[in-house]
Design a protein around this ligand. Structure first.
Ligand code: PEP
Ligand code: MN
Length: 381
């Protein structure tokens, strides 16, 4: 690889310093967050989780290069504000992906690191532009790129004047269909042998499924990675993209708790900050905020099912007092068993039922109107 003039290995490994965070040093740097930024609540929940796990960098895509033109393409500038604000409030750095010159222009001054995704690894004009800015660039390996092509892509950025490149192995396309891609862990060692650049691993896009993320993350650290970029979502089932590979917040924190021991075994360090601040006022409030969010999400899910039930009932059967009584009795018993005041259940549930019934009635009336109109398009009943 004689063209690796700047990326080529030298006796000194490069470290990249961003606002007090060192990438490529002894410490393993954990980065996490959703595939795509969707809302400010989603980002603040994600940021608190990353912080609690001991992560340093919040991720979230606002310009999404999707395989299908009909898939969610990202919130753009609105999403960028959510990302930046959530990171700032939790004392984290943030990274987002750019896909072309104009997105680079838009986010360049606002985020701490820039990601160039797998699909743009050989977008040479974008690489040259990324070489003109003074922010670190996370350069993902292309879907079917050799290590040499990946390093030469990095060379474009270095040659254009930006020495701060972090390589990211994110799985390559192989004949194996059980995983979305195949995580090429040997690429970490090879890239570090051939270049002085820090190398991180994204197990999420490699595996495409959350059950493998913990093991692959540990393997990556054992294999010499300087950090991890992991997708995590407060509610993966509702994620606009990459839900199946996104960890739940609790899984992300649990993984972080287990990383320190792997890091220690290869003479690196990683500290999960989760345990010690469990009972501070701020942490307790964070826990309450997370629970409140889950309550709302459960209510949304309940209302959706109530809607489906409504579709199967006649209008005069929408309210079912006996069933309501049965439910309340069951929940009162449960509350007593769990030492929650049963009055709380007795107060809250009639309201929940009432809203359910109202929404069923509304959708039935709307459906009847629609049917009426389609039977008598000219209103000539
Ligand atoms: C991403 O990080 O959200 C992403 C699109 O990753 P990749 O470029 O590796 O597919
Ligand atoms: Mn993704």
């Amino acid at each position: 690889m004689k063209d690796l003039r700047l990326a080529r290995f030298s006796t000194e490994r490069s470290t990249i310093e961003v606002k007090g965070v060192t990438i490529g040093g002894k410490e393993i740097i954990l980065m996490g967050g959703p595939c795509a930024v969707e809302s400010s609540i989603q980002m603040s929940h994600s940021a608190r989780t990353v912080k609690k796990a001991g992560g340093k960098i919040l991720r979230g895509g606002v310009f999404k290069p999707r395989t299908s033109p009909y898939s969610f393409q990202g919130l753009g500038l609105e999403g960028l504000n959510y990302l930046v604000q959530a990171a700032r409030e939790n004392d984290l750095l943030c990274v987002t992906e750019v896909i072309d010159a104009s997105s680079l222009d838009l986010v360049g001054d606002k985020v701490d690191l820039i990601q160039i995704g797998a699909r743009n690894m050989q977008n040479f004009e974008l690489l040259k532009l990324a070489g003109t800015i003074s922010k670190p660039i996370i350069l993902k390996r292309g879907l079917s790129a050799t290590i040499e092509e990946w390093l030469l892509a990095a060379e474009y950025i270095l040659a254009a004047g930006n020495p701060q490149v972090i390589l990211c192995e994110r799985g390559i396309r192989t004949f194996e269909p059980s995983t979305r891609n195949t995580l090429d862990l040997s690429a970490v060692g090879v890239a570090k042998e051939l270049s002085h650049l820090p190398v991180i691993v994204d197990p999420s896009h490699a595996a495409g499924r959350r059950d493998l993320i913990s093991a692959l993350s540990k393997a990556a650290i054992a294999g010499g990675a300087d950090g991890l970029l992991i997708e995590m979502h407060p509610n993966p089932a509702e994620a606009t993209s990459d839900g199946p590979q996104s960890l739940y917040p609790e899984q992300f924190i649990q993984l972080a708790r287990e990383l320190g021991i792997v890091a220690g075994s290869v003479n690196r360090v990683f500290a999960c900050s989760g345990q010690e601040d469990e009972d501070t006022l701020e942490s307790l409030r964070t826990q309450i905020d997370n629970i409140d969010q889950s309550i709302i999400e459960c209510l949304v899910a309940r209302m959706k099912i109530v809607g489906k039930v409504g579709d199967q009932k006649r209008l005069d059967r929408v309210k079912d007092t006996n069933r309501e009584k049965e439910i309340i009795q069951r929940l009162v018993n449960l509350a007593e068993e769990l030492q929650l005041p049963p009055e709380l259940v007795k107060k809250i549930y009639p309201l929940i039922f009432e809203f359910g019934v109202q929404s069923q009635i509304k959708s039935k009336v709307a459906l009847d109107k629609e049917l009426d109109l389609s039977c008598y398009p000219l209103g000539s009943k």
